[in-house]
Design a protein around this ligand. Sequence first.
Ligand SMILES: [Zn+2]
Length: 95
Amino acid sequence: MPRTNRRREEEAPPLDAERILSGARRTVAARDGEWTVQPMAASNSVKAYACPGCSGTIEPGTAHLVVWRADSILGDADALAQRRHWHRRCWEIRA
Ligand SMILES: [Zn+2]
């Protein structure tokens, strides 16, 4: 009997301003808790940020990651307010 109901790819979430800015968000479990990691496209990166990983500068126009706690006891809004911008590599190799 043929399979008629193929599993569909995940439905595209509603398009909103935040999503346009941010790309695909994911949650990662790390040694120090859960973090929400959101890629920032080069074209959307218009400010310089201090990277907590290397203490260097993420220059405007550099694709990077925006990271905040996913398990904040103070809530998502507070965690988001404390978000940090990381070089991709610095996030991947952080201790
Ligand atoms: Zn860095």
